[in-house]
Design a protein around this ligand. Structure first.
Ligand code: ATP
Ligand code: MG
Length: 389
């Protein structure tokens, strides 16, 4: 296993003056993610992040996997530490990179020298170490233009670091650098993917779930909590607001035309989400809607739903096919949980023939039969907050 992990920052190097605050966020996000794997020292220098274990207890393998989920990281390299003299650098390169170098045909050496007092300059390190590697691995030739393997030596104040592997990081920008969004999280396939996508663009997340006990079971709640937990591995800590929704659904069922049940339910979810978003300082709502996927997701339904709030609703999946969304769900690890067959509040009282072209006036007329203010106030008051860590 590697001595340390070296990460390259992604897009944030492009962000000029914001760079410092982006780097601080990224460092904090990494700290939070790696906490579960032991004690690590994390520092950033020249767009490179160095993650070193503080003691032998630290789980480097677990840490390496965890860093793959942190947004703002472009590449990940397990690296090895050498004393700061040329012999030690050669020894470490030959020994620790053996597996890779034995199985390649072409390579080159790159060197960086943060410590200008180191007696060899970068081109000299490249030349000399290149020679040593050629001698030790007769299978290799130098190719400076398109090598299969690039051996990088990074000479810093305390040690020299050596690596040749470069794994792809999660990309995106660090969570928390673009404000906060409230994710409408159901137990389905789509909304966790939507949350992941907006976290990748730097949004910190809170989540809200509408829960119709006893029509929806505790297992259904556990499923939503588990989905939030998986998304939090990427986004960082999530607060999940669980809103009691039974009374509202029963009131809609008893007072409104059957074909409008879903759209009215959706509008009330949006109203409550706006209130909770304001309470928790989220400036946008996020849903997993995709145009035309189901009756409640026709363009007209979305227009009628959105009209209850002035808040921006982000729908990152709006233009995606179900197959693509499912691919993402598998990739981020939410799919297996999402397909567990527990009921969601949306699957209760589903109209046989939902109105796919709802007219605003008709919907508003139906809603006038509900004591909207009271229903909403009670639901908000009964909301339970669960900390997902
Ligand atoms: P998902 O797979 O995310 O459940 P879906 O294809 O089942 O989506 P709908 O059930 O119509 O679609 O829901 C559309 C969106 O509304 C969801 O993506 C989610 O953002 C929100 N939503 C639906 N049900 C709930 C719920 N019980 N709690 C919170 N948000 C919900
Ligand atoms: Mg759903």
């Amino acid at each position: 296993m590697a001595d340390l992990i070296m990460l390259k920052c992604g897009e944030l190097v492009l962000k000029g003056n914001n760079r410092k605050s982006f780097e601080d966020k990224l460092r904090n996000n990494l700290k939070w993610t790696l906490k579960k794997h032991g004690k690590f020292h994390i520092w950033i220098s020249q767009s490179t992040i160095y993650v070193t274990p503080e003691d032998d207890e630290a789980d480097m393998e677990g840490a390496l996997e965890a860093t793959k989920k942190v947004f703002g990281v472009a590449t990940i390299s397990p690296a090895f530490k050498a004393e700061k003299n040329f012999e030690s650098i050669c020894e470490v390169a030959k020994k620790k990179l053996k597996n890779v170098l034995e199985n390649a045909q072409t390579f080159k050496v790159e060197a960086k020298r943060a410590d200008k007092k180191f007696p060899m300059k970068s081109p000299e390190i490249c030349m000399e170490l290149g020679g040593v590697i050629l001698e030790a691995f007769p299978n290799l030739k130098v190719n400076v233009i398109k090598p299969q393997v690039t051996v990088t030596v990074d000479v810093r104040e305390e040690y020299a670091y050596i690596y040749c592997e470069k794994m792809q990081g999660a990309g995106g920008v660090p969570s928390g650098t673009s404000g906060k969004g409230l994710l409408l999280l159901s137990g389905g396939i789509d909304s966790p993917v939507a949350g992941w996508m907006m976290a990748r663009r730097g949004l910190k997340l809170e989540a809200i779930n509408f829960f119709s006990y006893p029509y929806t079971s505790d297992r259904a709640k556990e499923k939503v909590i588990e989905l939030a937990r998986i998304v939090s591995q990427y986004s960082g800590r999530i607060k999940l607001h669980v809103v009691p929704f039974t009374d509202i659904q029963l009131a809609i069922r008893d007072n409104c035309p059957e074909d409008q049940l879903t759209i009215i339910m959706r509008r009330i979810m949006t109203r409550i989400s706006e209130i909770i978003a304001k309470q928790c300082d989220a400036s946008v709502l996020i849903t997993g809607e995709s145009v035309g996927q189901v009756a409640s997701q026709t363009l007209q339904s979305m227009v009628v739903t959105s009209s209850v709030t002035d808040m921006l609703i982000l729908r990152p999946l709006a233009g995606m096919d179900k197959i693509e969304i499912m691919d993402y769900a598998r990739k981020i690890g939410t799919y297996e949980t999402s397909i567990l067959p527990y009921e969601d509040c949306c699957t209760l009282f589903v109209p046989k023939h939902p109105d796919t072209n709802p007219k605003m006036e008709r919907i508003e007329a139906s809603e006038a039969r509900l004591d909207m203010e009271k229903l909403i106030a009670e639901a908000v008051a009964g909301t339970q907050i669960i900390e997902i860590k």
